[in-house]
Design a protein around this ligand. Structure first.
Ligand code: C2E
Ligand code: CA
Ligand code: CA
Ligand code: CA
Length: 276
């Protein structure tokens, strides 16, 4: 099948596939892509308890010249291994803030927040805080509109440094979510000390929440933890109404998932916002 267009995935014959997916080819491709503008952001809606759109998550896509649209699962790990995540992460921050600044001029878009995924290696750069402040400043973006999604694996490193960096950004108004919560290294005592705003229930717990009592118990625990720490809780990967309703009964009202909207390219996301 060889469909063309920016939203469609293209498939090649297996031989070709083997060539392009080899690690070396992927790395070379990534290197080229970082300098030749092959990345773009998709946006996925985040809704609150009233079903109102509060913002979106920016999700990276690679518009590969031969393979078509490539999802981050295929290249983020390699980008982290090779260090290419550093220029790539900068690009994402810059692109998200540029978009926020543009939306700020449009009444129907101006209230939205954009959540950006930050990888551990990116966050641990000595000048990470400066990078964020510089891009906020140069794009003229209101820091309150920017949210950074961090993962628990950050806590394996220098926690004091993590807290210090987060605190500076937090003071400027930048928000923080702990992504994929419950899947990684968690120390509840550290959790209390991080200047977080939100926990995200990983989609791995949401997927079978209606049939697996263990997943339901974990979701319940994350929600209770959020309550007692004064943090908002959002569930990701919500695909059907019954999952949303179950989570709402547990006390989690904020949601993100295919039920509301798939990750969409800019023009389609803007059209979605106009419709809701
Ligand atoms: P994530 O941060 O946990 O993002 C959520 C993933 O779940 C996204 O996959 C999204 O498309 C997908 N998703 C959203 N709603 C649903 C749903 O209802 N059902 C299902 N089955 N999936 C849903 P995506 O876009 O392929 O991104 C995968 C991961 O790649 C992200 O997981 C994140 O860890 C990473 N990533 C994406 N963009 C960036 C980025 O700009 N920088 C970094 N460092 N990592 C990124
Ligand atoms: Ca995320
Ligand atoms: Ca997540
Ligand atoms: Ca995830």
């Amino acid at each position: 099948a060889k469909a063309v267009g920016r939203n469609t995935l293209r498939f090649f014959d297996p031989e070709m596939q083997a060539v392009v997916t080899s690690r070396a080819a992927l790395e070379a491709g990534l290197r080229r892509a970082v300098t030749s503008d092959e990345f773009l952001l998709y946006y996925q809606a985040q809704v609150d308890g009233q079903g109102h759109l509060t913002g979106c998550e920016a999700l990276l896509r690679w518009q590969h010249p031969e393979r078509g649209l490539v999802a981050p699962g295929e290249f983020i790990a390699l980008a982290e291994d090779t260090g290419l995540i550093l220029p790539l992460g900068r690009w994402v921050l810059d692109a998200a803030c540029t978009q926020l600044a543009q939306w700020a001029t449009r009444p129907e878009m101006a209230h939205l927040t954009v959540a950006v995924n930050v990888s551990v290696r990116q966050f641990h750069q000595a000048d990470f805080v400066n990078q964020v402040l510089t891009v906020l400043d140069s794009t003229g973006t209101n820091p309150q509109r920017l949210k950074l999604e961090l993962t628990e694996s950050l806590l394996i490193g220098d926690v004091e440094d993590v807290i210090a960096k987060m605190s500076i950004l937090k003071e400027k108004g930048v928000g923080f979510s702990l992504d994929d919560f419950g899947t990684g290294y968690s120390s509840l005592s550290y959790l209390k000390r991080l200047p977080l705003d939100q926990l995200k229930i990983d989609q791995g717990f949401v997927r079978n929440i209606l049939i697996d009592p263990n997943d339901a118990a974990i979701a319940r625990m994350v929600i209770a933890l959020g309550d007692s720490l004064g943090l908002a809780v959002i569930a990701e990967g919500v695909e059907i109404e019954a999952q949303r309703d179950f989570l709402a009964r547990l006390g989690c009202h904020a949601c993100q998932g295919y039920l509301f909207c798939r990750p969409l390219p800019l023009d389609q996301f803007e059209a979605f916002v106009r419709r809701v």
